[in-house]
Design a protein around this ligand. Structure first.
Ligand code: KOT
Length: 755
């Protein structure tokens, strides 16, 4: 242990470490991180990436920064010597939840990998005053409260840089805040976040409501406010344009400062458009280049060469299209440009389905991206294939060379080194530490699949992680978990296509089987973490169903010996870091074709869970990597699903009526037992939805799901050593899913960044 760390921290606190408070130590560590990270700032030569995204779900940063700067062990040990715990100091840090889920977390992983690979790549986004709402449960119902996360100590520091942005004819000032992003033994890049000085948190009323019309006060108050009414949708356009206009001005300024004459912008900048939320950057850049004297046609070419677009979903309701009068109101300066782009697109094709402005005067943001950027990518092999063959087939025929796949990845620094230190050090003992920079080295673990000592160690680590999760949940929510049970976890946003309701039906089935005297092969602890969008009624009904069932079970000792259902309140990045290392069975049960990739699936795999999943998104690639013996696959294929959608021949009621087990589970939703703790309106609506609509075809996959899950439970109970062996194979094959690999591919195929 270095003396100098002790001296450094003492200096920074201006007192003995042992007498400093956790708050003082937190401040000291922030300073330390800031100073060290500045030493890794490097000048940019050649092309620099700007990753524009409405979301960066960065999570807490302190420990990750310490890991990436190589200070973690020293700091932890120095603190411990003075009787302080780094974990307690971490509690001082507010959690930045500046994203909804996968798309935002991916952006955060990408920033980590860019910096780790020493590539020049900055993020551009918004400094929301409140991140994703805080979730709490009352009467088995989700409630939302604002998540004020900004403090004076926030690492995103205000700068003097301000850009004018015109919204609905009025000019606002976008102030730049800079958050350093340091890679693992890499460089320091920047996350640039824009905000308006006049935003006023006191306008927030009951819960998370506020006056959506007062733009000066509310523009950046919330991450994606509720878009269920017109004002909400308009506010989203205000936010998006504010972000891209300020971002585009920043990009041009930085490039000019490096000597770019704007005709050669594409040699200085690569812009990645993270789904369609930042799509207005295309017409905005054309507009700004025009102000700099560049002719329209040339500006279009420059922007096309600079920009690339990533698609993250095929769900129709998530594909942004705006009635043109919205854009006429908020960004009148862009409409003439969008019209011209639309006219160019119409000269290239007479397929009306590919228009930017359709016959109903609706503006299709993704269409603008595809016509006027040089690359369109999906986020997993299957997703890209579906884009090419169905969703965007017309575009693919028109621009085959623009389409490419970039299978998502996750940063191993956060999702292994940080969240699972015990497993990390065991891996290091076995294969050295090369895997931290080159994840493909994890394959060296395959040499140990028959080493019973190693397998037993892996089992002990998992058991310890389960105990830690149990302790945390006991403190937080007063739940006692049986750590001898198999831990199955489904944690992700609550959405019908992700099918938490399928898991719910399984748990009801299991409950009823136990009541009937058929106990399972192993006790099961089923854990959920999920937030439902505040206006998404059925999603909230599913949460209600799960929470109610959880109470039914916990009040029944006969059942709860065998089955427990725990719902983690306010699931976020920090909760994920505790849950994922403790998981035995990873639930990835979306309706095939609907989950573009998934990234939770990769995190669980890396931490030694086996996947129970459909052939959807990146599950397909996980199955390919580990082989069928080391994963539990079930359910309809994406081809079958796409076929049923096209034929519109799916009838939920037929399935309900044909299968007594399924009917029994669905009927139970409104049973006396459930109504004892649950709300009739919620439960009836959920039941009705399942029998009469079931948009995401839960019912046809029910039996296959029950069979596969019961098989997994049996395997876990009967042969723990073989389970650990398969666990190790999953870890060993997880290297492909490092975001370092993903970023290297983006760089090689799309960005061609300088150093
Ligand atoms: C949300 C609104 C509009 C368009 C896209 C989205 C979106 C997609 N939000 N999150 N996603 C997820 O992105 C992840 C990262 O690529 C994927 O792994 C996941 O499957 C998407 O659902």
């Amino acid at each position: 242990m270095s003396k100098s760390m002790k001296a450094t921290l003492t200096d920074l606190c201006q007192k003995e470490i042992s007498t400093a408070t956790d708050a003082e130590l937190y401040t000291a560590l922030l300073k330390l991180v800031h100073e060290k990270s500045q030493q890794h700032v490097k000048p940019v030569t050649g092309r620099k990436l700007y990753y524009i995204s409405a979301e960066f779900l960065i999570g807490k940063l302190l420990s990750n920064n310490l890991i990436n700067l190589g200070l973690y062990d020293d700091v932890r040990d120095t603190l411990a010597e003075a009787g302080k715990a780094l974990a307690d100091i971490e509690e001082q840090e507010p959690e930045p939840s500046l994203g909804n889920g996968g798309l935002g977390r991916l952006a955060a992983c990408f920033l980590d990998s860019l910096a780790t690979l020493s590539l020049p790549g900055d993020g551009v986004g918004l400094r929301y005053h409140c991140g994703l709402f805080h979730q709490n449960f009352k009467n088995n119902v989700q409630n939302e409260t604002p998540d004020f996360w900004l403090t004076d100590q926030c690492a995103a520091k205000a700068t003097d840089t301000v850009f004018p942005v015109s919204l609905a004819g009025k000019t606002y000032s976008a102030r730049l805040y800079k958050l350093p992003v340091t890679g693992y033994e890499g460089r320091t890049n920047t996350l640039n976040l824009f905000d308006l000085d006049t935003v006023d948190e006191s306008v927030i009323g009951d819960g998370i409501s506020f006056d959506k019309k007062d733009i000066a006060k509310n523009l950046t108050l919330f991450l994606y406010p509720d878009d269920s009414d017109e004002d909400g949708r308009l506010l989203r356009i205000y936010q998006q344009y504010f972000m891209v206009s300020a971002g585009a001005q920043l990009i041009l300024d930085e490039c000019m400062a490096r000597g770019c004459n704007l005709h050669d912008l594409a040699d200085y900048a690569a812009i990645q458009i993270n789904d369609t939320h930042p799509s207005m950057v295309i017409p905005e850049l054309i507009r700004l280049l025009g102000l700099h004297g560049i002719e329209f046609e040339e500006a279009v070419q420059i922007v096309t060469d600079t920009c690339a677009y990533t698609n993250h979903t095929i769900l129709a309701e998530a594909l942004e299209k705006w009635p043109r009068h919205y854009l006429d109101t908020v960004v009148p300066q862009l409409m003439p440009i969008i019209e011209k782009l639309d006219a160019i697109a119409k000269t290239r094709t007479d397929n009306a389905a590919l228009a930017i402005i359709d016959q109903n005067q609706v503006v299709h943001m993704a269409h603008m991206d595809i016509h006027f950027s040089h690359s369109t990518n999906g986020v997993a092999t299957l997703h890209t294939q579906i884009l090419k063959e169905s969703e965007l087939a017309g575009f693919y025929q028109m621009y085959p060379d623009k389409f490419n796949n970039k299978t998502n990845g996750i940063t191993f620094r956060r999702w292994l080194l940080k969240c699972n230190p015990a497993l990390t050090s065991e891996i290091e003992n076995l294969i050295g530490d090369g895997f931290k920079k080159d994840a493909s080295e994890l394959k060296k673990l395959l040499a140990y699949t028959d080493d019973t000592e190693v397998l037993s160690k892996i089992r002990t680590i998992k058991k310890d992680n389960k105990k830690q999760l149990a302790t945390w949940l006991a403190d937080k929510q007063g739940i006692r978990l049986n750590t001898d049970a198999l831990f199955s976890i489904q944690s992700k946003r609550l959405h019908e296509y992700k099918r938490q309701q399928l898991n719910l039906l399984f748990l009801i089935h299991e409950y009823l089987e136990i009541k009937a005297g058929h106990v399972p092969a192993t006790p099961l602890v089923s854990i959920f973490g999920a937030k439902a969008a505040p206006a998404y009624i059925i999603a909230k009904d599913i949460i209600h169903g799960l929470l109610t069932l959880s109470q039914v079970i916990s009040e029944d000792p006969q059942v709860s010996r065998w089955l427990q259902l725990a719902f983690v309140e306010n699931y976020n990045v920090s909760a994920a870091e505790k849950m994922i290392p403790a998981c035995d069975l990873s639930e990835q049960i979306s309706l095939a074709s609907k989950e573009a990739s998934g990234t939770g699936n990769m995190k669980f795999m890396l931490n030694g869970a086996l996947t129970l999943g459909t052939m959807d998104g990146a599950n397909v690639e996980i199955a390919e990597a580990v082989g069928n013996d080391n994963i539990y696959i079930f359910g309809q294929s994406s081809k079958q699903v796409i076929h049923h959608y096209a034929a519109a021949d799916y009838c939920a009621r037929d399935w309900y009526e044909a299968d007594p087990n399924l009917r029994r589970a669905i009927d139970f939703l409104t049973s006396e037992e459930m109504l004892k703790y649950g709300d009739e309106e919620h439960l009836k609506r959920l039941q009705h939805e399942l029998i009469n609509k079931d948009w995401f075809q839960t019912l046809p996959d029910f039996n296959a799901y029950v069979v596969r899950k019961e098989q997994a439970m049996k395997d876990y109970a009967v042969n723990p050593e073989d389970w650990s062996r398969r666990t190790l194979i999953n870890i060993a094959e997880a290297g492909f899913f490092s975001s370092d690999r993903t970023i290297a591919e983006y760089d090689q195929d799309i960005w061609h960044l300088g150093k």
